[in-house]
Structure formats: structure tokens, C-alpha cells
Design a protein around this ligand. Sequence first.
Ligand code: PA5
Length: 457
Amino acid sequence: LTFDYNNMLAPRLGGRGIDPASLDAMAGRFREAHADTARRREAGEIGFFALADANAVVDEIQTFADGQGQAFSNLVVLGIGGSALGTIALRTALLHPLWNELDDEERDYYPRIYVLDNIDPATIGPFLDRIDLGRTLFNIVSKSGGTAETMSQYLIVRERLQAAFGEDYRRHLLFTTDPEKGVLRALAGEEQIPTLPIPSNVGGRFSVLSSVGLLPAAMAGIDIAALLEGARDMVAKCETDDLRANPAGVFAALQYLADTERQAPIHVMMPYSDRLRDVADWFRQLWAESLGKQRTREGSEVFAGPTPVKSLGATDQHSQVQLYVEGPFDKTITFLSEADFGPDVPIPSAYEHHAELAYLGGHSMGELLRTEMLATEAALAQRGRMNMSIEIPRVDAHALGELMMMLQIATVYAGHFYGIDPLDQPGVELGKQLTYGIMGRPGFEQARAEWEGRTPK
Ligand code: PA5
């Protein structure tokens, strides 16, 4: 990864950016964050670093993908949040943009990949009516095994499979869940349904490099060994506690300083690459759910956390960029790009007598996209807006592994800077408990009573 953060710093922004001395002053706090992260890794509290080395599980995943998995033309992932967004990001980045529309031969007989990460009946009903159940494997992905959205989808799918195939319904199911806990794990034992584990110390939004993301990737023919090698390389790069040499540390420190010293709590991630668009969506959850926390400091409540925003270049130049360039000084923009787009699309020369069109001829779409990114960066800098860029050589499995691991590590460091635990999500759990209570799940009567006692709208 190439990382350029000059446009985050005051000297390039007419004094509006981060003072380089403030970044240097973070060195001590970063050493503490790094040591605390090492301690939590050692204690087994943070499991995602070790995923890059989890060879036994990787063999299990690849064996499933190359064996049972090959019997299907469709893989449907039922999952939400961290159980869905990493898979979507990998699919968008590493598969053909029209993957699910290619015919079997064009896909090399790898399955189509669908991710149902919502419960809108307007999607679920027509989708299940249309899909050929006989050629479909449903992968139920839930770390807790209890999430209402995913489990309700599962109940619907199971009933349809049983109606279609009787006892053979099991052949169309795979559970990806905690190795010990949760109802999915119990059901797998009762009904003899194959499973893949999500390590207990890996939370949903940090699970893309576990079986959660790796199984769908492997089933679609993505090189999961390269993905993990990229992740391993990034873990190695981040072993240093020298802030300026640690890419995840620099990313976290700059975003933190932008928020807390320069009053810029809105963190936009803006890929200039369709392939990377869902990495921004995945990051949006990672950053929001990990860092948006309420805590008590010196007896009073503090509300921490930047607001991540996803944006896409060049599309959003015609939607958002006016606001980014001239609106309030409350944002940072992180550009994501690829140095090599692969086969480019030339722009033909035509209309030589119309200068306002003729200039495009002889250039290419990749060149235009890149130019537009550089122009947006320059416009932001000219108006004193903080921005940085992360460039990967090309969008492949290795680079994705590096990038996603870097952003996950940065999230843990940022949690330390904000003084919160980036690994929990009490706000999400509160919503889950209220849903369980309202829907009548035993054990959640208190949540139901709270709901019923609420002040009416
Ligand atoms: O990151 C998280 O922990 C959450 O977004 C979860 O992934 C999400 O709530 C789904 O949970 P589960 O995988 O337990 O069904």
C-alpha cells in the first residue's frame, strides 16, 4: 500500500490541517496503544490478527469449497452486519462485475454468490421464489447464532427446503458460527448440518478473514491463500511501535487528531474504483460500530466516535464533492485507488471540430478516472480540506488482505486513542434485546416491559 497523508497536514492546507508536531506528539500514546493491543492479542481477547495464520481452518474451508461446495450453482449467504459486509466487499473487489449474470462456463462452474443482508419481504419473497433451490447452498452466518434477522431468514429457507427435498434439506445447508455457543451450533449437532467455525475471540466486523469471508471467497475461486498472505504481511508491517513506520498507527492517529483537534468527526472513505466501493461500505461499519461509544470520564458521560461516510469517485463528484470542498471544515476524505486498473478502455477520437469533446480522444477511462481523483484531491487541498490517499498496486486478493487487515488494526489503535473498547457493541445489543422482547423471546421480558413503558411518540 502507498500511503500519502501530506494533505492532512497544516503546511499543505494553509494552516487548516493537523500540525505535524501533534502527530509526532502521538508517538507516546501510540506506543501505549501498540503495547495494549499486543497484551490483548496475547491474552486471546483480540483474535483477528491470528486469522492470517489459521492454516487448519483454511484447509477445512478449501476442502469444503472444492468438495461439497462444487455441487452447487448458487451460494446464498444469510447474514447481516459483520456476517455479510466483508463477503460483499470481497465479491465486488475480486469477481467479475457481472459475476451472477455470467453463465456456468464463463464462471468456470464456480457458483453465483448472493448475500441476503436484509429482511425486507419485498426482496426475500421474490428471491426465494426465483432461485433454483436444487442447485443452491445456503450458508447461515451468525456468530451469536441468535440474530433475529438471520435466524428468521433461516426458518423460512429451511421450511422451503424441507418442502422441496424432505430429509435431504440438510444437503443445502451450511452453518458458519461460534465453535461452541449459540443455537445454530446446537442445531448443527441435532440435525447433522455441516459447520465452519468463527473463533470465539473474533467479532463480526473483524471476521472477514475467518470462515465468514473465506468460504464464499473460496467457493467463487478467489485465492484465499493470497488474501491471508496479504493480511500476514500487514500484521508484520504493524509489529513496530514506531508510529511513523506503522501504517495502521498513522491512519488511526491522523483520523483521531482530525476529529479531536481539528473538529473533523466526519470521515469519508472515497474509492476511485468500482471494485473497492464495498470496501468503503465494510469500513463504514467497522469504524462506526467499533468507535461510536458512550463512556464515563471523571464522573460525566462522554460520547465518542467519528461518523464514517462512504462515497464513490467519480460518481459522487456530482453529488457530494461540492459539500466536501466548500462545506464545513468537519471532514476528512480518504481516497482509495488502484495504480493499475488492468485492461483499460480507450476513449475514441471523434468530433475534431468540437474542441470541448475532441480533447477526450486518445485518452482512456482509467486515465480520466485517475485524473478526476487527483483533481478532487487538489481542489480539497486548495480549500484547506484534509485528505489522504491509500493506493494499492492492483485490486487482487493479496492487496485486499493487506488493506482490510490494515483498517482492522487501525480500528483497534483508534479505540485506544478514544479510550473505548473497539471490540464491543452495546448499542447494537440494546436494539437486539428490545427486538427479542417485543417479538416475545423468553428471557427478554424486561426489555419488553421497557418497550411497553416507553413514552409514546
Ligand atoms: O460486528 C458485529 O459484531 C455485528 O455487526 C454483527 O456482525 C451483527 O450484529 C450480526 O451478528 P451475528 O453474526 O451474531 O448474527
